[in-house]
Design a protein around this ligand. Structure first.
Ligand code: FAD
Length: 469
């Protein structure tokens, strides 16, 4: 393999930084170009999710590049969903019956900085900040950037270009606007947007401040309210990052009509009274922090002329309700790397074939997680508060605890079982969900049955559904 090839990676977010590190480890000459200033030197604007749920598929990508252990030092384990009802009662719904299965809260800037540091240690990586890609010459693998320092335009050429410039990708736009090949693109927005708030850590001098955390640390907190929802993930400094998911309009409470501090307090006091006590500057934060849109982007092909490939959100942005966007983007790097390995014995890599093989393998999986993420939006805001859903989760947790080799819930298949693809996880998980809900609804799972009998019944029903599909 000719490893002196020049690789240009556009976008030094989570996916681009990991890809740069991995491609450098494989010996390529890597140039990584980022629109924003270096986040290790300049604090970035608020409004992008501050912390994220990192799970097995993401860890697989980090492991490949040798940074899993370093990333884990930034993690807070979250063992389950802590559900908060309207009067402040809480209960913990574990993510799995297997003790070693949990997700992790990790700081986005912390993880991004780690990946940039590691990439920068490689002698064959050059990182350029403050350069926004404006256009890509797809056939010639060259890209034009606006330099925010000098205000000049610069062009960088390479053997191949990777577009990892996120959901609003400029690289993808060049593909969309090219008339030289057929490019399909869809973007679907939810009627909800999101806004971040913060539950600060206890000040050190407060009496109940031993842990620093104002609510239980090791959970992903959810306040499900049917149409709207609040979630909170812990940070290492004792604070929680809270995200409100709310309709833009046409609802009793929506972003359109929460226009005064009184309205914001009225809404929070009614829906989330226990949170009001925990956010001292509620209305100030509410009006300072931006509203972010939530959308799904699907497109195809991801590759142009064997010269340019999209990865991460640029190829497949998804809504955040499965906590899988970053995980899928890191898994992209791992899947790509596995295919690259096969081509490594060739004297010159046939990038066109490699890119096509990657997309053929990967697209169905990113489409699956995009659809699952929308499903989970409804599950989180509505179903987690429903009795039948809670009975289903209890049963699944018992199956996983008692028969850890035999049963994986849909959540566990997607989140923890990285050895199977998202599309397989979706197929099996949906069939299981349908099976259990049908059996519970029809009263076919009874208290007299042993757990093993219940499991066998669920398995049989699931196989029937899979067979019919
Ligand atoms: P990004 O992280 O968006 O990085 C793209 C980079 O490209 C940025 O640095 C950007 O500045 C740069 N860039 C953009 N345009 C240009 C340009 N023209 N030229 C040069 N550079 C450019 N995922 C999870 O796995 N777990 C979660 O819990 C989770 N929670 C989320 C919560 C919210 C509210 C949101 C919105 C998303 C969440 N995600 C989560 C999804 C996750 O943030 C994304 O999937 C992930 O950031 C994708 O990484 P990326 O590198 O592809 O894109």
């Amino acid at each position: 393999m000719n490893k002196t090839q020049n690789i240009l990676i556009i976008g030094a977010g989570l996916c681009g930084s990991l890809l740069a590190l991995r491609m450098a480890q494989r010996g390529f000459q890597v140039t990584l170009v980022e629109k924003r200033p270096d986040l290790r030197k300049v604090t970035q604007d608020a409004g992008r999710s501050i912390n994220l749920a990192l799970s097995n598929r993401g860890l697989r990508g980090l492991r490949l590049a040798g940074v899993e252990d370093a990333a884990k030092k930034l993690c807070i384990p979250m063992n389950g969903r802590m559900i908060h009802d309207k009067v402040g009662n809480t209960f913990l719904s574990p993510y799995s019956g297997r003790k070693d299965e949990y997700i992790n809260s990790i700081s986005r800037p912390g993880l991004n900085m780690l990946l940039l540091d590691e990439a920068e240690k490689m002698p064959n990586v050059k990182i350029i900040f403050n350069h926004a890609c404006e256009e890509v010459d797809l056939e010639n693998a060259s890209a034009t950037f606006k330099d925010f320092n000098s205000k000049n335009e610069t062009t960088i050429s390479a053997d191949v270009i990777f577009g990892t410039d996120g959901a609003g990708s400029a690289v993808r736009k060049s593909m969309y606007e090219s008339h030289k090949f057929l490019f399909s693109f869809s973007q679907q927005w939810l009627s909800h947007g999101y806004k971040e708030l913060e539950i600060p850590a206890f000040p050190e001098n407060e009496t109940n401040a031993e842990t620093g955390y104002r609510t239980y640390k090791n959970a992903l907190h959810i306040w499900p309210r049917g149409e709207d929802m609040l979630i909170a993930l812990p940070n290492l400094d004792g604070s929680f990052t809270v995200t409100l998911f709310l309709p833009y309009e046409n609802s009793e409470y929506c972003f359109e009509n929460l226009t005064s501090p009184e309205m914001v307090h009225e809404y929070f006091n009614k829906e989330f009274p226990d949170v009001v006590e925990m956010i001292p500057n509620l209305s100030e934060e509410f009006f300072t922090n931006p509203i972010g849109p939530l959308g799904t982007v699907k497109c195809s092909p991801w590759n142009a002329f064997g010269k340019v490939l999209l990865l991460g959100d640029a190829a497949h942005a998804i809504v955040p309700f499965y906590g899988q966007g970053m995980n899928a983007s890191f898994e992209d790097v791992a899947v790509f790397d596995e295919i690259l390995e096969k081509y490594s014995s060739e004297k010159t890599i046939n990038w066109n074939n490699l890119f096509k093989e990657y997309e053929a393998l990967r697209k169905k999986d990113t489409d699956a997680i995009a659809d699952l993420a929308v499903d989970n939006f409804h599950e989180m805001k509505e179903h987690t508060a429903m009795e039948i859903f809670q009975r289903k989760r209890k049963l699944e947790t018992a199956f996983e605890a008692e028969f850890p080799e035999e049963y994986y819930s849909k959540y566990a298949l997607v989140t923890f079982k990285e050895s199977i693809s998202y599309s397989e996880a979706m197929k099996r998980g949906r069939a299981q969900d349908k099976a259990i809900l049908n059996l519970l609804d029809d009263g076919k799972i009874t208290d007299e049955m042993s757990l093993k009998e219940k499991l066998e019944l669920v398995k049989k029903e699931t196989e029937g559904i899979l067979h019919d599909d």
